[in-house]
Design a binder for this molecule. Structure first.
Ligand SMILES: *[C@@H]1O[C@H](CO)[C@@H](O)[C@H](O)[C@H]1NC(C)=O
Ligand SMILES: *[C@@H]1O[C@H](CO)[C@@H](O)[C@H](O)[C@H]1NC(C)=O
Ligand SMILES: *[C@@H]1O[C@H](CO)[C@@H](O)[C@H](O)[C@H]1NC(C)=O
Ligand SMILES: *[C@@H]1O[C@H](CO)[C@@H](O)[C@H](O)[C@H]1NC(C)=O
Ligand SMILES: *[C@@H]1O[C@H](CO)[C@@H](O)[C@H](O)[C@H]1NC(C)=O
Length: 569
């Protein structure tokens, strides 16, 4: 009711005076309020008026008296029946009628006697009343998409004239279209007050986007401001239209990982239970849309499905591929083989896709998988293969040691640049690393690193006689010996040559050597007997000339060797 009184206050101010086509003045009053019915539009001059009288039309032409005012007298009220106690007159002759009712809609006449004139001013009264409120009732609990459902009933009670109800969605009027929108309005007058109650029923076929839409109804009455009901919103329900199976995994999926299957379906309310088809097995889940497969294996690979429990035709599927990469390399670890043997490698790859293989030997890339039909010492080393497939990779390795009796591959000599010495070079192959020994004591022994079963050993000699020198290589498996003939170097000749060609340092050296030789001749003569003894023990071979014709040369040889050592120091 507060709504009504609020609108009446403002409506009172705008009470309008209308001139009808009939020529009759019409005054509009608000139901329940005091109505002022002006006399001759208020164009009255009180001092000229002798008598003012208000009467009304009782119907059938019968007049009913209301009140009379004579000049300089008080108003005399003669109203009876329904007007008793409700009428009075304003100073400007207007009739004031309180608590206006619909039954007051009739003709009131003001009769004025001024001087000798008697004038009558009939006024037609109309009573309006805006609706007492506006409310949506019978609200649907939810709207199902695509079905014409009763959304609600809008009621505008107790109005005159009867209210026209407009339905709105998000403040936009809805118009009946015979399909998705249907509006049925009805009107019922109150038998006592005569006021009309308008009822409008909206039937509405919802769409998905009507979620959160605000529905209202409104009326714009002849008097008063627009009335708008409180908005109502609805849950829009619809059955599942789309279903998707999501597979949530690490990428790539490998054995031991977990896989989460998630069945995503629309619909409102959303479905809460699903069937997961896990290859052969059917699993029903409730109050969740996920299923977790733990510790997957290569057997997990396959097609997976999910569907709605209430509608198995709503189904989605997805393939799961579990990646795996197994390699098997045999032999492995440390392998010891004899040179010349064969080594059979067995190398297998079991993978879910194409794998790339690469081999290295001692961290150096190999062109292809190694094959050992006849092992050589050079085959010794650490072999590694790496197999990759995407981000998966596997490694395997073995360490091959080829062992065997050492063999001298080459024994040769190189004349030194200055021509005074020979460098003897013994190249051997074998594993484990062979020991190298010579039949004579050379100088500047030099041993190469032991690589691929190869070792090179060098010594420098300054032969004072034609010699046969042997190189012996040996390890736990055996030994090999080779000999080489080294010719006597006539030091003096070489020295002379050097004298001509070399610098002063070299000359000094040569002079020193020559002096040394002269001294040595004397010393050697004294040591002759001792020396002979030693040579007969055969601790080293004395050279090409075994005929003993040149004992002095032998002594000389030793001396030269000593001297060359001195020179080096
Ligand atoms: C007559 O007087 C009343 C106050 O007494 C006033 O409200 C009203 O507007 C007047 N009517 C006309 C037509 O002048
Ligand atoms: C995962 O499965 C494999 C066999 O597929 C099994 O050997 C392993 O123990 C399982 N691991 C766990 C953590 O269950
Ligand atoms: C060394 O051998 C060569 C031949 O190879 C020979 O001409 C020379 O006389 C020999 N020298 C000595 C000192 O025996
Ligand atoms: C080599 O020299 C060592 C001493 O350094 C000596 O004992 C050995 O007898 C020498 N061998 C030969 C063959 O001269
Ligand atoms: C070394 O000399 C001896 C004779 O002094 C000869 O029998 C042998 O064949 C020679 N060896 C080489 C490799 O020349």
């Amino acid at each position: 009711m507060h709504l009504l009184s609020a609108s009446c206050v403002c409506a009172l101010l705008i009470t309008a005076l209308l001139r009808q086509v009939s020529g009759l003045d019409t005054v509009i009053g608000l139901y329940g309020e005091t109505l002022e019915i002006p006399c001759n539009n208020g164009a009255m001059k009180a001092e000229d008026v002798l008598i003012t009288k208000w009467k009304y039309d009782k119907g059938e032409g019968l007049p009913g008296d209301l009140l009379v005012k004579q000049k300089n007298q008080n108003v005399s009220i003669s109203a009876t029946l329904e007007y008793k106690g409700r009428v009075s007159m304003a100073a400007n002759s207007s009739l004031l009628l309180s608590e206006a009712k619909l039954s007051d809609q009739r003709t009131f006449t003001c009769m004025v006697v001024a001087g000798a004139d008697i004038e009558e001013y009939p006024v037609n009264v109309v009573i309006y009343k805006p609706p007492a409120g506006l409310e949506i009732s019978d609200k649907a609990s939810e709207l199902e998409i695509g079905k014409l459902n009763k959304l609600g009933t809008c009621v505008a009670p107790d109005a005159n004239p009867a209210a026209n109800i407009t339905w709105l969605k998000n403040n936009i009027p809805l118009v009946a279209d015979g399909k998705g929108i249907s509006i049925e309005a009805s009107m019922l007058p109150d038998p006592v007050t005569g006021l009309s109650t308008t009822t409008s029923i909206l039937k509405y076929s919802a769409k998905k986007e009507d979620t959160d839409a605000e529905f209202t109804c409104s009326t714009q009455h002849t008097v008063g401001s627009e009335l708008v009901s409180s908005p109502v919103t609805f849950t829009i329900t619809y059955t599942t239209e789309n279903i998707v199976l999501q597979v949530i995994t690490q990428d790539p999926l490998v054995e031991g990982d977990n896989v989460t299957l998630k069945c995503v379906a629309d619909g409102n309310p959303a479905p809460t239970s699903f069937n997961f088809q896990l290859k052969e097995e059917l699993v029903k889940v409730e109050n969740t849309d996920t299923y977790i497969i733990t510790n997957v294996s290569r057997d997990t690979t396959g097609e997976y499905k999910c569907s709605l429990v209430d509608d198995p035709t709503m189904e989605a599927s997805k393939d799961i591929t579990v990646n795996y990469l197994d390699i098997n390399l045999s032999p492995s670890g440390n392998i010891v083989k004899s040179a010349g043997e064969a080594l059979d490698l067995s190398f297998q790859i079991d993978a879910s896709g194409d794998a790339k293989v690469s081999w290295t030997k001692d961290n150096v890339k190999l062109e292809k998988e190694p094959k050992f039909t006849k092992l050589t010492y050079a085959d010794s080393g650490r072999y590694e293969c790496e197999v990759t497939m995407g981000v998966l990779s596997r490694k395997a390795a073995f360490e091959l040691a080829v062992e065997g009796v050492p063999v001298i591959k080459q024994l040769h000599k190189q004349r030194g640049k200055d021509g005074t010495h020979e460098v003897l070079i013994c190249e051997a192959e074998g594993s484990p690393k062979p020991d190298v020994s010579w039949s004579i004591n050379g100088t500047s022994p030099e041993e190469s690193p032991f690589v691929n079963g190869m070792i090179t050993h060098k010594i420098t000699v300054m032969p004072t006689a034609n010699l046969t020198v042997s190189c012996t290589v040996s390890n736990g498996f055996g030994a090999d010996t080779k000999t080489i003939n080294v010719s006597y170097i006539n030091v003096e000749v070489k020295m002379d040559k050097q004298d001509q060609s070399d610098g002063s340092d070299q000359t000094k050296l040569v002079v020193g050597v020559v002096v040394g030789l002269l001294v040595a001749t004397v010393v050697i003569a004294l040591a002759y007997l001792v020396y002979m003894k030693k040579s007969k023990q055969g601790s080293w071979k004395t050279g090409e000339k075994e005929d003993g014709s040149s004992e002095e040369e032998k002594k000389l040889e030793e001396k030269v060797e000593e001297n060359s050592q001195k020179a080096e120091v």
